[in-house]
Design a protein around this ligand. Sequence first.
Ligand SMILES: [Zn+2]
Length: 238
Amino acid sequence: MTTTDEPIYQSRPCAECNTPFNAPGAYVLERFTAWQHFCPTCLPAVRAKQEQERADLARRQREGKWLEICPAEFVTIDRRLLPDPGLFDRVQAWQYGPRGMVVAGETGMAKTRSCWALLHREFMAGYSVRALSAYDLARWPAMVMSEPARADTTLKRIVSADIFYADDPFKSRLTPTVEELLFVALDERTSRKLPCFFSFNDSAATLLERLSTDRAKAFLRRIRDFADVVKPTPAATQ
Ligand SMILES: [Zn+2]
């Protein structure tokens, strides 16, 4: 058996165009084994095609992961069918950074849908996304009680994700445990300069009622300090 670091060249037909070329290789078990199967003319295009296929596969795999994160009803979105495309556009104008966004306004303006479309874009760009719905929050106290380890892992992911989104978290009156979760998430994330997204159907006044009063004002102030408020286009709501 003869193997050296220096390649030996032998004439081989190109696997793409069949033109003979000097292929580098080595003798393995007394048999010439080519290291390269494409002629210098075909090689750049073959490499580019392989790179494209790898990128396509990675994108499909990430799209598959997205389906595990995004609720089915928000996976597809057609801007033309939205009640307020202007709101959608303002949400999509967000660029990744420590300042998050509050999308506030009446129901039926596709606030949640617009947020999920943005999260999808950022997720496909490589950012990690954690989201909580009002339903997730309603189940949170039970998880803290019965599965503390799982609740701890969930909280760590919420705190460290590149983007956190809470969809209508104040839909119902908050229990102290849920309020605690939201406070910790907001506090930790803002100190780490990680953005938070909220969609609210509430005005600030009803929000204050739903949160326990001593913390509500601090919470709202904190949200305003670290997020820009986006509202429906006035004409679109009439
Ligand atoms: Zn060729």
